[in-house]
Write a protein that binds this ligand. Structure first.
Ligand code: IMP
Length: 215
């Protein structure tokens, strides 16, 4: 049994499609640290949730990273979506030569036990787009464990794409301005998007590791 700590039942539904294990949802509104890396935010959440529930937990954090803007809005995606709006984000990016971007999602797992290896992406084929150097640095290190930090295992999923003028009525958040393979995420059916989404990719890695680990 794994507990997905989130206020979003849609995420739990998606996790159940990837995991053979039963997945339970728990709501817990922990305070998110102000950090530039999604992994730092997710790792903090997983530790806080494990400390509260004392059972194996997963927490996820996701966002849009725009290359010409130094990875902005990243962990601030929901704030920017709400207060700036996706149309203005598009206008900002339209002035740039490079309009490439990526959706990133990080799943953080914690059960209070140490892990055999430091976090490694399971999906070798996408290694170049997996955890950035900064994300790796924020994953649990031997020093942190020595300092008493509860170990956390991280899994990142990345979908590369580009920022375009808004198209499509589906999805949520930045979906209308994120194009992948000729279609915006807002132009895709839910199943089509889930099959390639950052969260799906991170969940697939977690599911593969979890099935192989003897926990
Ligand atoms: P959360 O981590 O799932 O809460 O996502 C944080 C924010 O990132 C959301 O509020 C959206 O602005 C953005 N975001 C994350 N995933 C997606 C997606 O699949 N489509 C569009 N926006 C997303």
């Amino acid at each position: 049994m794994v507990t997905f700590v989130t206020t979003n039942p849609g995420k739990v539904h998606e996790a159940r499609e990837y995991l053979d294990e039963p997945v339970k949802q728990r709501n817990f509104d922990y305070l998110e640290p102000q950090a530039d890396e999604l992994a730092t935010v997710a790792a903090h959440g997983a530790r806080a949730a494990y400390q509260k529930f004392q059972e194996p937990v997963i927490v996820d954090d996701s966002g849009l990273t725009i290359n010409a803007l130094g990875g902005f809005p990243g962990p601030y995606s929901s704030y920017v979506e709400e207060h700036v709006g996706i149309e203005r984000v598009w206008r900002l990016v339209s002035e740039e030569e490079d309009q490439s971007a990526a959706f990133r999602g990080v799943i953080a797992y914690c059960d209070g036990n140490p892990f055999a290896a430091t976090p490694e992406p399971v999906d070798d084929g996408r290694r170049g787009q997996d955890l950035s150097a900064a994300d790796r640095a924020s994953a649990t290190t031997d020093e942190q464990v020595a300092d008493g930090a509860v170990p956390v295992k991280l899994f990142e999923g990345v979908v590369p794409g580009s920022i375009v003028p808004p198209r499509g009525d589906g999805g949520f958040g930045f979906d209308p301005i994120f194009e992948y393979d000729g279609k915006t995420f807002a132009e895709m059916e839910t199943d089509e998007k889930n099959a390639i989404s950052h969260r799906g990719r991170a969940l697939a890695k977690f599911a593969e590791w979890y099935a192989e680990s003897e926990r």
